[in-house]
Design a protein around this ligand. Sequence first.
Ligand SMILES: *Cc1c(COP(=O)(O)O)cnc(C)c1O
Length: 344
Amino acid sequence: MRPSDFRSDTVTRPTPEMLRAMVEAEVGDDLLGDDPTVKRLEALSAERLGKEAAVFLVSGTMANQASVAAWCRPGDEVILEEGSHPIHFEAGALARIAGVQIRPIPGRRGAMDPVDVERAIRPDKTWHSRSSLLVVEQTHLGAGGAILPLVNLQALREVATRKRLRVHMDGARLFNASIASGVPPRDFAACADSVTFSLSKGLCCPVGAMLCGPADFISDARRIRKAMGGGWRQAGYLAAAGIYALEHMVERLAEDHVLAKRLAAGLVRLPGLEVDPKGAETNVVFVRVRHPMGPDRFLKELEERGVRANAYTLDVVRFVTHRDVGPEDAERALRAAEETLRGR
Ligand SMILES: *Cc1c(COP(=O)(O)O)cnc(C)c1O
């Protein structure tokens, strides 16, 4: 039997219709600037987020890093929430690629207090690093897919503007935030100078992410993308999946959120598991394993019962919902978790 795969929304496969759009794509040489499908995806993305321009990249990591490198000089300081993705899950790229140092700020469910951010901004002295960029994450993965409230983002934007910092939004799951909150993506995006979003997660594309922002910034990011080895050629085949995703895969994210809530409600009733009752705002469910068997054995036994989930931290296991799991997979996961925990 097919495993019920809750490890990540990155495991989603393209649908037959998406594959058809890819096969039929009109392509050119993107690096030479004449792939019409890539251009269409970039224009569509910029338009959806209310930005001037966009660039299509291999991954969310590459998009975030191209952005940081375009906004910052080596030695600059980037302010981020302490649990943010670029700090923990991008292989040290902030130090390796842009050569920046980080200033982590604690958050509440991923949201930084604007007062803390303002305090962290360094005065302009020759002995200090230059505080040049603030990074926000929407949804916030480390906070279990939490949605940063629009008012919080607006307040952060105000501080950044007043203090002359740029704002980058790691919006890997920006569309999840929009669908769950009813706030249009461009309203969230208006709180940042640049925004990335993933095509290869809940939107089901095989690969790809977008970086959107002002035209001159996007032009810098293209040069950095090339320097990172990310300049590509007939990328239109992949861009066609992105266009299909933006046109057909956004609204359905609501189903993933319903499923995550259902899973969270079931898991919270099981012995030895702790689930944040305010959690599961979008498509991520974080579960703290208090059961003496520990998270490793819990995951292994789930796997033996055909259910896959992932370790997030030492004692937190995550379940992520997406198009390729449905209500029957959630039931299977709950059954498997119950059997495992009750030693049956
Ligand atoms: C997945 C993710 C990324 C990076 O995307 P990749 O395509 O895996 O490199 C960045 N930020 C957040 C919040 C993510 O969840």
